[in-house]
Design a protein around this ligand. Structure first.
Ligand code: GLA
Length: 767
């Protein structure tokens, strides 16, 4: 450890004065210049905008932490430009150890970008280009969107493009396919490239190989420079976040020739709770590069072999509509199901637990359901409510968007349905299999979009929607689809405008049970996208159509929370409504969306739910190429716990054919799911928010209270829960919901350690 060694040596020789000196020594002039302010914006396209001398004085200012839709350009798709001017002091070059290149970071850009530095194209869509390369005219041939990727371009000093101590102009040409657009998140800065930038520690985000009680991890440390040998010390530490114990430590000298790499593998005991790996490269010049990653840890005990009924215990349908309910139950197969008190018209398949039929009389039916195997029987009461309300608990299922994006196909959807059954997910209450955008004919295709009679057509990836519906129902699962009140969907596919009733009828013919109705292109027809008067009619129109068909279809409004949809979503017939823009697998986004739900609790209840968007656990990717979620294991526990407390619809968005033990554990904890599916349907409220700790509290139907203590900071936190402040002035039993274990009896306080970005999910049981 070079730096530490130097400091210790100096201490011995000169005493404490040197500590202060060594502190001063580190305070160099800033070597990185922020680019997060001072941007100007112009919709449309003109390559003249790239030129430094172009007069942009009439352009409007724009922020770079929100898409342009949120900043006065609600209907803009296609091209737009950003420009900024920046003085780059020569001191950053003079003080740098390496004098090769500038690194230009431009945040995340939705969808495509070309970056011009003093009029010259230096990078496009994540790739550096040789200065002088001609920009492509448009981005229309591109297959994958780069909307969620940080842009980072390197600009060699020898290009001669940089005007030191002078004004430089950066112009970014952006093309947005649809939905949100522009520079909207990430890091925006300019700085000199340093040794740090040349060393890559490739740790395959989350890929820990399991060998019995141990994990094995293989990583590669790479020098990507062509010219420098990089020397230093490389260390790996695995630390338990709860006990601070080191589970593994190793330090090795490392010398990496130009383009060289070193493999490093290590093995350690699987942690019982939260843990992290710290990879550190200390360079000879005292620079250091530190990367940390979370280690997966499983808290949920394995599924028991004795029978257990899971999932929602209240279920609503309308009179005389096709009824389908699959009793979710775990336990050693074969299981035998039985029911007492089923309303007339319904029958239960004793082998599958699937209840089907039609009920012609409204009412509340208390049905005693039992499930039996060689090891025992479990019995619970299922309340079937035949009336006018659906979704009496938040819908639980899967949606194709967060993994497959527009590359969804009939096969992928049916694979997800089969996986629900094969992996046992359906036995924990996961029910809906929903197709998102991408099943229709693209709006710009030459092919007919509808039959001659106006009936909407599917594209070639969905050869037989009716069959898909039948196949999904045969598994006891429900089938969902997606459309838009505008002429086109967000992905530019054909939508329902002018065909609402006809589409509702077609959906009924296909056996659809759930419709996500996404505003998107309808915005073009609105004057003000936040006007409630303009937002309500298209949703009412589709609701009326859904009321005319002979099926129950859960109605999911998707308009990103505009016009405070929670205040009127139920009035237009919505069973759930998105309260925010799209989610992605990044802590900041999760934080913004999840913890941003505070205050909305009064709008949620049985039949009408706030929807903070889908889950980003497991393998996700919004297109054909998937990656493991970029949330750490602790962040994933937070995601699932918060969504359950929020009574949020639980829609998985991952490739279900690629489920690892950790992800499966996260989504099959029946006590966590039961919090979400609780019959009372009360969304949690935030009751404490101080020093990066947030406490959310949700009353449950059995008289107990679910409480989530969230640590939103990057440091582990030793927290003392004030039970009295929470309303429990006498002894209570605390249950750790993830471990499904009572912790003990507590009065007044409960001390606990919450890992960085992690959670403690408790159930408080009055004694
Ligand atoms: C919007 C929605 C997403 C998804 C896409 C499909 O962005 O918010 O959830 O449905 O459209 O194009």
């Amino acid at each position: 450890m070079f730096k530490r060694a130097t400091i210790v040596l100096m201490l011995i020789v000169f005493g404490t004065v040197i500590i202060a000196l060594s502190g001063c020594e580190e305070k160099k002039a800033p070597t990185v210049i922020s680019l997060d302010k001072g941007w100007l914006f112009h919709p449309g396209d003109n390559l003249e905008f790239a030129k430094p001398e172009y007069n942009d004085s009439s352009w409007k200012s724009i922020g770079v932490y929100e898409p342009w839709e949120k900043q006065g350009y609600p209907r803009l798709n296609g091209f737009a430009w950003y420009r900024t001017k920046v003085v780059i002091p020569s001191s950053i070059r003079d003080e740098a150890d390496l004098k090769d290149s500038l690194i230009v970071k431009l945040g995340k850009i939705d969808d495509f970008d070309q970056v011009f530095f003093n009029g010259v194209l230096i990078g496009e869509n994540l790739q550096n280009v040789k200065p002088g390369t001609k920009p492509a005219n448009d981005f229309k041939d591109l297959k994958n969107s780069y909307w969620n990727e940080q842009r980072r371009y390197s600009l060699p000093l020898k290009s001669g493009l940089i005007k030191w101590d002078n004004t430089n102009v950066i112009a970014v040409r952006v093309f947005d396919w649809g939905g949100a657009g522009g520079i909207f998140a990430g890091e925006l800065s300019i700085g000199m490239q340093s040794y740090k930038d040349y060393v890559k520690i490739i740790y395959n985000n989350g890929d820990f190989k399991s060998f019995g009680k141990q994990f094995e991890k293989k990583i590669v440390v790479k020098n990507i420079s062509k010219n420098y040998t990089i020397e230093g010390e490389f260390s790996v530490n695995v630390v338990d976040n709860i006990t601070d114990k080191k589970l593994y430590e190793k330090e090795v000298p490392m010398s990496l020739p130009p383009k060289g790499k070193n493999y490093f593998s290590f093995t350690f005991d699987k942690p019982k709770e939260s843990a992290k790996v710290e990879y550190e490269f200390e360079f000879k010049n005292d620079e250091e590069k530190i990367i940390t990653e979370g280690v997966p840890y499983i808290l949920t005990p394995p599924v028991k072999e004795t029978p257990q009924i899971n999932g929602a215990l209240v279920y609503g349908e309308r009179i005389n509509k096709p009824f389908l309910y699959r009793i979710a139950a775990t336990g050693k197969r074969p299981l035998k199901f039985s029911a007492e008190g089923l309303p007339e018209g319904l029958t239960l398949n004793a082998n599958t637990g699937i209840i089907t039929g039609k009920v012609s009389k409204a009412g509340k039916y208390e049905v005693k359901i039992s499930v039996k195997n060689t090891l025992g029987t479990d019995t619970k009461t299922l309340e079937i409510v035949i009336g006018n309300k659906l979704a009496l608990t938040p819908p639980m299922g899967w949606n194709s968007w967060n993994c497959w994006g527009l590359s969804v196909s009939q096969k992928k959807v049916y694979d997800a349905a089969k996986a629900f059954v094969n992996t046992g997910l359906a036995d924990h209450g996961w029910t809906y299999i929903n197709i998102d955008d991408g099943w229709e004919i693209p709006g710009n295709s030459k092919k007919p979009k509808r039959k001659r009679n106006g009936e909407i057509l599917t594209n070639e990836k969905f050869p037989d929607m009716q069959k898909l519906g039948k196949d999904i129902h045969a598994l006891g699962l429900k089938f969902g689809i997606y459309s838009s009140p505008g002429p086109l969907t967000c992905g530019g596919y054909t939508a329902s405008y002018g065909h609402e009733l006809q589409d509702a009828k077609t959906f009924a013919k296909w056996g659809i049970d759930y419709l996500k109705y996404d505003l998107c292109s309808y915005r073009k027809m609105m004057k003000d996208q936040n006007s409630v008067e303009e937002l309500m009619p298209p949703y009412i129109k589709m609701h009326k159509a859904l009321m005319k068909i002979n099926r129950d279809i859960v109605y999911s409004l998707c308009e990103y929370g505009n016009g405070k949809v929670w205040e009127w979503g139920e009035k237009v017939g919505g069973n759930l409504w998105r309260t925010t823009g799209d989610i992605w697998d990044d802590w900041n986004r999760l934080y913004q969306i999840g913890f941003g739900q505070a205050g909305l609790e009064k709008y949620a209840g049985p039949g009408h739910w706030n929807d903070p968007d889908m889950l980003v656990l497991g393998w996700v990717g919004w297109g054909p190429n998937l990656h493991r979620t970029r949330l750490t294991p602790d962040e994933q526990y937070t995601h699932m716990s918060l969504w359950a407390l929020l009574s949020a619809p639980l829609l998985l968005g991952n490739d279900l054919t690629k489920l690892d033990d950790f992800t499966l554990n996260l989504i099959t904890n029946d006590e966590v799911i039961a919090i979400d599916q609780d019959k009372l349907g009360k969304q949690a409220s935030r009751v404490f928010n101080k020093d990066s700790i947030q406490i959310w509290k949700k009353p449950l139907a059995d008289g107990t209270t679910a409480v989530g203590i969230f640590n939103t900071s990057v440091k582990n936190n030793d927290f003392v829960l004030d039970l009295v402040g929470l309303g429990f002035s006498w002894e209570v039993i605390l249950r750790d919901v993830w471990k499904q274990k009572n912790i003990g009896v507590f009065a007044h306080t409960y001390p606990c350690r919450i890992p960085a970005h992690g959670v403690k999910l408790l159930k408080i049981i009055k004694k």
